[in-house]
Design a protein around this ligand. Structure first.
Ligand code: PEP
Ligand code: MN
Length: 359
């Protein structure tokens, strides 16, 4: 695939998309756009026209009428404009209105039928498309959406990381699970990836930290929801901020360089990485040794017809492991997922021994 950038990237500056969650009135759209344009660093103005709401009865967007407002934004401020499309009719309306960039929302990326419908409508068009991650952490769906849009002849494609829905205790609206976005960067090294801190956070007080984390991980920019009167917003009120608050968020962002030519820094980094590689070698060797022991246990269990999983022993291991980890400053969450991965591998090895299978 030969994917082209959606936005021009200026050294040391993030790519910024900002604007309200939803276009509500022409006045609200224009006021937000004027205040953002004055900041001088906005790559595109966002505004949802068709809103995919989880439950019926919420504000579902102003519809096609809002496209005229975006056209006015473009004419008056010179900002590029972008909106979400989820159906063929949305694509046709946007192309007719000259919308500069289209985006696929999380609830669209998750559904190959919808992605294909949008891709078919885009066939032959020359418009950049941003693809949000699917609502669930399924990287295949995200990749599949890129492939469907690319096959329709669209080459300017970018990604938006907006977090993943999660059932459980979390401070986020959608947990970031950065590793999935990092994996997309590994698979598509040239694709621009923006961090939608608004939909990850769901609340204002976390926005700056998540945007900074995006910069620290070398993502290309941010997409943030901005509203002149956030508390009165017709959708996503809790996560929207005023243009002034947004300006200070951006002003305080530290953009990191990808590399450095400084020989002292390079020397220090090389040495520390060498030490890390040594430790990794030891780690892998130790895990291998642990598996050989698990296999021996598997042999004894087989001879004595004992089940692999011993719940008491497993609980004991979790407690001991997290306790030891906390002494080393390692989080409980990390220790548990690390131990679970090792435990699953041990189970697979014991299964193989007990049932004479190959792992
Ligand atoms: C949005 O950008 O307003 C939106 C609906 O986002 P998502 O598709 O990420 O939920
Ligand atoms: Mn929103």
């Amino acid at each position: 695939m030969d994917i082209k950038p959606v936005f021009e990237k200026k050294a040391g500056q993030p790519i910024i998309i900002a604007g309200p969650c939803s276009a509500e009135t022409e006045g609200q759209v224009l006021q937000t756009a004027r205040e953002l344009a004055a900041q001088g660093n906005i790559a595109a103005f966002r505004s949802g026209i068709w809103k995919p709401r989880t439950r019926p009865g919420s504000f579902e967007g102003v519809g096609t009428e809002g496209l005229a407002w975006l056209k006015r934004v473009k004419a008056e401020t010179g900002l590029k404009v972008t909106t979400e499309v989820a159906k063929a009719a949305h694509v046709y309306d946007c192309l007719k209105a000259g919308i500069d960039v289209l985006w696929l929302g999380a609830r669209t990326t998750v559904n190959p039928f919808s992605v294909q419908e949008v891709a078919d409508a885009l066939n032959g068009a020359d418009v950049p498309v941003l693809i949000k991650n699917p609502i669930n952490p399924d990287i295949g769906l995200w990749v599949g959406a890129i492939e469907r849009i690319y096959k329709a002849g669209i080459t300017q494609i970018g990604l938006i990381h907006r977090g993943f829905s999660y059932h459980g205790e979390t401070i986020y609206r959608n947990v970031p699970r950065w590793q999935l976005a990092i994996e997309m960067k590994r698979r598509f090294p040239d694709i621009q990836i923006l961090v939608d801190n608004s939909h990850i956070c769901g609340r204002r007080d976390l926005l700056a930290d998540v945007a900074q984390e995006g910069m620290d991980l070398n993502f290309d920019g941010i997409m943030t929801e901005v509203h002149p009167r956030p508390d009165e917003a017709w959708s996503d009120a809790a996560q929207q901020i005023t243009p002034a608050t947004f300006k200070s968020l951006v002003d305080n962002l530290k953009v990191r360089q990808s590399t450095s030519e400084n020989p002292v820094f390079i020397g220090q980094l090389t040495e520390l990485r060498r030490q890390i590689s040594e430790i990794d070698d030891e780690l892998v060797g130790m895990i291998g040794r642990r598996m050989r022991l698990a296999e021996q246990i598997g042999e004894y269990k087989k001879d004595n017809n004992i089940a692999i999983l011993q719940p008491d022993r497993w609980q004991h291991l979790i407690d001991e492991f997290t306790q030891k980890g906390s002494v080393q400053g390692l989080s409980e969450q990390f220790m548990q997922s690390f131990l679970r991965a090792i435990h699953q591998e041990s189970i697979d090895h014991q299964e193989a021994v007990m049932n004479s299978k190959v792992v």
